[in-house]
Design a binder for this molecule. Structure first.
Ligand SMILES: [Zn+2]
Length: 465
């Protein structure tokens, strides 16, 4: 993993049966074990989305060209990566249809028809679906032509409400990342250069991967009234005046699985945080040909099934092979049971994250295992935080940033004047992009890291996926 991280990543996603490549370049087949991961993430997030008052809807896959062109910045931002449908059957279409790269314009058109009065607000919709972006270079989960995601789209009567919503959903994303994926996030605002096409402001959560590259794990956009003006989404306020709605949109994708892999994985393979692990405990019978071993193993499976997601590997493969497979697949706990354990009324439980082994009496398993799983969940987040902090440095000059990115890849904290030219120069000279202007600001120096003029913001910079 430290020699060739990119190859390690590709090997792990394949060997752990998360994905397979399809015949279409840059498209992936998400296999059952990979899809189960997505389902656990989805369940956790969907619950939070609904608890915060949002409703799920489904909008079409196709967008007429004229509709996509209504908001100028938006089309400019997305045009280079849009896939077009030009024919239906043998017939050429009168108007090209784009395969949605995101659904702002579809929601806007719909909202312009269903919102009339302040009584119709807020509208809090969310969609689970797929989108297509014609990416040049692709990698499973991180960047693929088609990916799965959710996109929230909301309309509000005031800018304050829209701002509150934008920040609230960023917090929801942060909590899913930290509580479920055990991936620590940095919350902040994107610069003008990096914000979403058509947004007034974009907020982001950023995470640091094992190789010191950053990954944007989720974004939440305050769209202002730009789309509402382009699409005529108006309402009559309490005083009878016509007003444009204030909008937000926010999304997370199957990329989160890539983040989880690259934050926790090791040379043995995946390490999956228990809360999203499709299998939390794998039972491996030892000397299973000896009478009574398999019976005892299946009995344990039935007992433990109630407290955690339990599986058993009773195949003909050797125990050593089974251990490796458990490790490759990142199963949080492995339970070994053989004739001697049965005599003693004990089983050996091994943690995937630390490799720590302990013998536990049968009677204690159903209380000890949930505790162990919680402990693994907690310590994965803790160690990821420590790793991130170790890979975060302050830099004061461009040379220092460049050098530091080379010898010690990670987040580079540096002051910035706010000028786009400086941001572009930093990227050109060091390869790092501005990841975000963190909410927690600190004044490291009075000077911009690039132009030496007065600095206004602390920015986290990094090379990114
Ligand atoms: Zn500057």
């Amino acid at each position: 993993m430290d020699e060739d991280f990119a190859q390690w990543y590709t090997d792990v996603v394949k060997k752990a049966d998360l994905v397979d490549y399809s015949t279409v370049r840059g498209s992936m087949i998400i296999r059952p074990y990979g899809y189960a991961l997505w389902e656990y993430i989805q369940q956790a997030l969907d619950k939070k989305i609904k608890e915060s008052g949002h409703e799920n809807v489904y909008l079409p896959l196709f967008i007429p060209e004229s509709l996509l062109q209504k908001e100028k910045d938006h089309i400019e931002g997305f045009a280079p990566e849009v896939a077009w449908v030009t024919h239906g059957g043998e017939e050429e279409l009168a108007e090209r249809l784009c395969v949605r790269p995101t659904s702002e314009v579809l929601f806007c058109e719909h909202y312009s028809k269903i919102i009339h009065s302040y009584r119709d607000l807020p509208k809090l919709y969310n969609q689970w679906g797929n989108v297509v972006r014609w990416e040049k270079t692709t990698r499973p989960f991180l960047r693929s032509l088609e990916f799965l995601w959710q996109e929230g789209h909301t309309c509000h009567a005031t800018a304050e409400e829209a701002e509150e919503e934008t920040l609230k959903m960023l917090d929801v994303y942060a909590s899913v990342c930290e509580e479920y994926l055990a991936v620590p996030v940095l919350k902040g605002q994107k610069t003008e250069k990096e914000k979403f096409a058509g947004a007034k402001r974009t907020y982001t959560i950023e995470s640091l991967m094992h190789d010191g590259k950053a990954l944007q794990t989720g974004t939440s956009h305050h769209l202002g009234t730009g789309f509402a003006e382009a699409f005529g989404i108006q309402f009559t306020d309490k005083h009878g005046n016509m007003q444009h709605v204030h909008q937000t949109s926010w999304g997370i994708t199957t990329r989160l699985i890539g983040a989880m892999i690259m934050v926790h994985g090791d040379d043995r393979g995946l390490v999956i945080p228990p809360r999203i692990a499709p299998v939390q405990l794998q039972i491996v019978p030892i000397a299973q040909h000896i009478e009574g071993v398999l019976d005892a193993a299946y009995q344990l499976k039935d007992d433990l099934h109630v407290v955690c997601r339990t599986a058993i590997d009773a195949s003909e493969k050797s125990p050593g092979f089974k251990y490796n497979e458990c490790e490759m697949r990142g199963i949080p706990l492995r339970l070994e049971i053989g004739p001697r354990d049965i005599e003693r009324g004990e089983a050996v439980v091994v943690r995937r994250d630390t490799g720590e082994k302990q013998s536990l009496p049968f009677g204690k398993l159903s209380t000890a295992i949930p505790q162990l799983l919680e402990d693994i969940q907690r310590s994965l987040l803790e160690s990821a935080k420590i790793q991130r902090d170790e890979k975060t440095q302050n830099v004061f000059t461009l040379d220092e940033m460049k050098q530091s990115l080379h010898t010690d890849p990670g987040f580079k904290r540096a002051m910035w004047c706010g000028a786009r030219e400086c941001e572009e120069q930093i990227k050109e000279k060091t390869g790092a992009t501005s990841r975000c202007i963190p909410f927690e600001q600190e004044r490291l120096s009075e000077q911009c890291v690039c132009c030496k003029k007065e600095s206004h913001h602390l920015v986290f910079w990094a090379k990114a996926y």
